[in-house]
Design a binder for this molecule. Structure first.
Ligand code: WAQ
Ligand code: MG
Length: 258
C-alpha cells in the first residue's frame, strides 16, 4: 500500500431530479482504490445505482479524486448477530445496546421520535449525547462517510471464518461502522436500511462491536436511518471532517485471533 496513489470514488443516485432539486434519494456508495482498480470500482457503483430496490434513478453522479492523506488501516469490529422475531423485540434490544454503549435513555427516546424525519436524510445525522439535539447542521444531506473500503478478497476470508453472509451490503456497513466507531468523539452508531427489501440493522460501539439485529422494520418500508451519537465536548468540526475525509482501509489479517 505504501507509495501507491489512492483515489476516492463516490456515487449518488436519485429519482425525479437531482438531490439538490428535491429528487428522491435512491442510493449512494463510496470506494477507495488504486488507479488500476478504478474501472472496477466505478462499474460496481454504477451497477449499485442502476439496480436498486428504492427505484430507478434519473440522476446519477459518479466522481473520483486523488487522496493525499496517508491511509489508516483498521481491523473490522467484532460482529455478533442477534436473532429477533419481531420489530418490537428488535427495537427494545437496540435501545439496550445503545444504553450499554453509553447513550442516555432520554437521548435514545428523543432520537426515536425523530426517526421519521431523519429518514429523509441521505447521509448520517449526528446527535449529541448530552442534549439529545441534532448537531451536524447538514439538513437533508447529512454527513456522508467516504474514503472507505475493504478489499473483497480480505472481506471474504474474514466473513467465511466468522460465518457472516458474503454480501457487499454487510461488508460496506461493517467497514463504515468500524471507521465511525474508531473516532474518539463517537459513542455509538444506530442504523437500519432505507431499502424496502432489507430489515436487518445494527448498533455499533467501540466496546460493543457491531451488533446486528435481524428485524427492525417491515419488508416494503422505505424508511431507514443512520445516527451517530457523539460527545459534543469533543471537537466536532474535526469529527465531521475526519468522517468525510480520513481515508480508511479495513484489513483483517488471517493470523488475527478475531
Ligand atoms: N455515510 C453516511 N450515511 C450513510 C452512508 C455513508 N457512507 N451510506 C448510507 N448512509 C445512510 C443514508 O441515510 C442511508 O439512507 C442510510 O444510511 C441507510 O443506508 O446485515 O444497507 O446503505 O449487517 O440502505 C445494515 C445491516 C444495512 C447490514 C444498512 O444501509 C447487516 C444499509 P443503506
Ligand atoms: Mg439504502
Amino acid at each position: 500500500m505504501k507509495g501507491e496513489k489512492y483515489y476516492s470514488v463516490r456515487m449518488r443516485a436519485s429519482q425525479n431530479g437531482s438531490h439538490e432539486e428535491g429528487g428522491k434519494h435512491i442510493s449512494g456508495g463510496e470506494r477507495l482504490t488504486t488507479y488500476s482498480g478504478l474501472k472496477q470500482a466505478i462499474n460496481a457503483l454504477l451497477d449499485k445505482s442502476l439496480a436498486h430496490s428504492r427505484g430507478q434513478p434519473d440522476f446519477v453522479q459518479i466522481q473520483f479524486e486523488t487522496v493525499n492523506q496517508p491511509i489508516k488501516l483498521l481491523h473490522p469490529l467484532q460482529v455478533n448477530t442477534n436473532q429477533v422475531n419481531s420489530i418490537e423485540t428488535g427495537k427494545e434490544l437496540a435501545v439496550e445496546l445503545l444504553k450499554y454503549a453509553g447513550v442516555p435513555s432520554a437521548v435514545i427516546e428523543t432520537a426515536h421520535q425523530q426517526t421519521p424525519e431523519y429518514s429523509e436524510v441521505r447521509g448520517a445525522v449526528l446527535i449529541d449525547i448530552h442534549s439529545g439535539k441534532r448537531i451536524d447542521g447538514r439538513k437533508e444531506k447529512g454527513v456522508r462517510v467516504s474514503r472507505i473500503d475493504w478489499s473483497d478478497t480480505n472481506f471474504r476470508m474474514w466473513a467465511t471464518k466468522h460465518d457472516i453472509p458474503l454480501k457487499s451490503r454487510i461488508k460496506e456497513a461493517i467497514a463504515l461502522a468500524t471507521k465511525v466507531c474508531d473516532h474518539p468523539a463517537v459513542i455509538a452508531e444506530f442504523c437500519f436500511s432505507d431499502d424496502p427489501d432489507y430489515i436487518t440493522g445494527y448498533v455499533a460501539g467501540k466496546k460493543l462491536g457491531y451488533q446486528r439485529v435481524t428485524k427492525l422494520k417491515e419488508y416494503g418500508d422505505e424508511n431507514g436511518c443512520r445516527i451517530f451519537f457523539v460527545d459534543s465536548s469533543r471537537n466536532l468540526e474535526n469529527c465531521i471532517n475526519d468522517l468525510e475525509k480520513q481515508p480508511v482501509m479495513i484489513h483483517w489479517g488471517d493470523q488475527d485471533a478475531n
